[in-house]
Ligand binder design. Sequence first.
Ligand SMILES: [Zn+2]
Ligand SMILES: [Zn+2]
Length: 261
Amino acid sequence: MTVGNPRCWWCGAAASSGEHKFKRSDLVRAFGDGAWRGPTAVAHLADRVLAPQSSRAKGLKFEKSLCHSCNTARSQAFDRAYDALADYIRDSGDYVLSTGILDWNDVFGDAWQDGMELLTRYWVKHIGCRLAQVGAAISPGMIEFLDGSSNLRHVQMGLEIREDVVAVMGHLADTHGESKHSLWLGPAMGHVDRSSGVVVQMTSHTGINWLRLWYDYDFVDPTGSVSFGDRKVELPRGWSIDPTSVVADCRVCRPEGYDDE
Ligand SMILES: [Zn+2]
Ligand SMILES: [Zn+2]
């Protein structure tokens, strides 16, 4: 939420650029560049699946919260690292899914540590835009991390495999001819400081297909950590809906069984 002239949360200049909630290249990769509508363009899980009308739709952008320079030149290397991961999941996701191992060397090659650190900054930038959108207090420590002058602080995040998304996307592809690819943006939940009215803690997630990044931001607690700092990342498997019941509950197969939400 911004009132008056929004400021770039990263550098303080006038904000002119709305960071895409999803990178446009991701959307095109997942859905093609056209209009996306259809009976299956609905949320099957508690989380929202994005069913945008076109990849240039304004609803896909966060409100203006970064200046042009921070959103482009300053974060270009972060964006490239993210693209490398998205490409890798598209091309080799089945392997990662079956082994439960994400090897950064397979994504970034010998410079995997640099790649993984740039990717972490991409996600911190994403989180910062999300924080700016809900009017949260953004920790200077987070900005120092983006600038490369500090270790990660105030953000804890991890990667996991979501088995319920595997089940939903597999069913939608096999039975309903939908894309095997999906992008996820979880609902944001947080705490507001009573005296200032400012959001000081936020938990949410984002994902490429079944690969979920969960994160927890805390303005007060300086702890920072990632679950994926080693070269070979063992991905935990989780779900919020029993994967075996997802198909039985498909509301495209059985539309009569559901009340309006
Ligand atoms: Zn800026
Ligand atoms: Zn179905």
